[in-house]
Design a protein around this ligand. Structure first.
Ligand SMILES: C[S@@+](CC[C@H](N)C(=O)[O-])C[C@H]1O[C@@H](n2cnc3c(N)ncnc32)[C@H](O)[C@@H]1O
Length: 236
């Protein structure tokens, strides 16, 4: 887990954290859109968001402080420390309108300021198995072009290494399929355009990451889950 302090050197001059929060929220009507607009106002007004973000005032936009905060909040929900928010989190069965969530989120931030503050030290690690589709298309092309069918996969920034397991996922298209059809990870028409499907075998796989995540542990699963937006049900 990346707990290095966020560098202030590249602070986007003249921009406050509220500006960063607003810029990513835009007019989005999903849970995080409302949350980020609420956080922006609350930060500017000196509310609990401002208190939780102490020390990060000059963090650059690229540090994505808002996603660190929202992941910390999500972890509180997932670990049962903020049950009042479950009703707004679709991946947990919540059906309440996102537009009503912010005041409740603000209360939770106020009640857990230190935990939220600690969460800001954890850089987002969004794992996206959907990227396996691009990897598969590339491997198909290489196999077709070279005739080589024995592959070694090496990934930089593998995080939990989920994309190193692409041969355990099922891909389906009109004219071809790949992988075990009963896989828990299913992709339909994930590759746009022509592919040249061919068989291959992954002989070795390895990944490196400054902050590797072990998805087989409870803590690893919690971390990975917390960075997936709660209303993106397919990704959950
Ligand atoms: C957004 S995650 C992507 C995880 C995975 N590759 C995927 O596509 O689902 C980016 C990962 O890159 C790692 N990372 C950041 N800087 C790195 C570096 N200099 N060398 C290797 N990995 C790095 C982070 O720790 C993080 O786990």
């Amino acid at each position: 887990m990346d707990t290095r302090p966020v560098a202030a050197a590249s602070w986007d001059a003249g921009e406050s954290l509220a500006d960063h929060f607003r810029a990513l929220a835009n007019d989005a009507e999903h849970l995080y859109g409302y949350a980020m607009r609420g956080m922006a106002e609350d930060w500017a007004a000196g509310g609990p968001t401002r208190v939780a973000c102490r020390g990060y005032e000059t963090a650059p936009r690229s540090a994505m402080i808002q996603f660190r905060l929202l992941a910390g909040l999500f972890r509180l929900v997932l670990t049962g420390e903020a049950p009042e928010l479950i009703r707004f989190y679709p991946c947990l069965g919540g059906t309440e309108p996102a537009s009503r969530a912010w005041p409740v989120m603000r209360e939770v931030i106020a009640a857990h300021t230190d935990e939220i503050h600690a969460a800001l030290a954890v850089a987002p690690q969004t794992n996206e198995v959907g990227r396996s589709a691009a990897l598969l298309a590339g491997i198909f092309d290489l196999v077709a072009a070279s005739g080589v069918r024995h592959i070694r996969l090496l990934e930089l920034g593998a995080s939990a290494g989920l994309n190193l397991l692409l041969d355990q996922y099922a891909f389906r298209a009109d004219s071809w399929h790949f992988g075990p059809s009963d896989s828990k990870v299913q992709f339909a028409d994930a590759i746009v355009g022509e592919v040249q499907p061919g068989s291959f075998e992954i002989m070795a796989r390895a990944g490196c990451d400054p902050n590797p995540v072990d998805a087989t542990t409870a803590d690893g699963r919690l971390l990975l889950t917390s960075f997936v937006w709660p209303f993106e049900l397919d990704r959950h």
